[in-house]
Design a protein around this ligand. Sequence first.
Ligand SMILES: [Zn+2]
Length: 216
Amino acid sequence: MLDDKLSVNGDGDCPWASQPRTVQRVASAKLPTRFGDFRIAGYRSLTSDEEFVVIYKGEMNADEPTLVRIHSQCLTGDVFGSIKCDCGPQLHKTMKMIDAEGRGAIVYQQQEGRGIGIINKIRAYALQDEGADTVEANEKLGFAVDARDYQQCAEILFDLGLCKVRVISNNPDKLAALERAGLRIVERIPIEVDSPEPAAHYLKTKKEKLGHLLNS
Ligand SMILES: [Zn+2]
């Protein structure tokens, strides 16, 4: 059963949960998907024009270690099925994991291309066509390798009523950032999907240059 009742618990283990937020929930609705039934909520940043989406299901409880993922928008992978990266299959696998668990949340962060935007991501892809890897391409364009900020993603999870989380991620920097934002990370759940070339090459770069925790 889907439950939109939120139980915000701002004391004890999770002092950050009761801090003033810089995001505001604007709307929420049911979202049945091919991967299970979810709810979807839209948030607006109060400090920029950024918008966020979160899909979630089950009872949100601050004391219950809950599956979460911060998924960064990847138009090419999530929508067009690009095999330059593994974003689409990771998103869908996460949705299946949360559906099987009956409880969890995915914050969909609209910071395309690790924060550089879709147009610049395409420029980076053009450099990759010439032989650069994902890190070299961003550096050539003058962008930080990873320009993402996770503070507001954490605030959204607090707003849902969560505090103790089991984070589905291979990115140690993301885990550290969520911890700094006040979430209590009780477990990291690795995620690996079968990656045909050229995603396998991209993942190798992420592992070697960005410290992602991948086995293969
Ligand atoms: Zn991607």
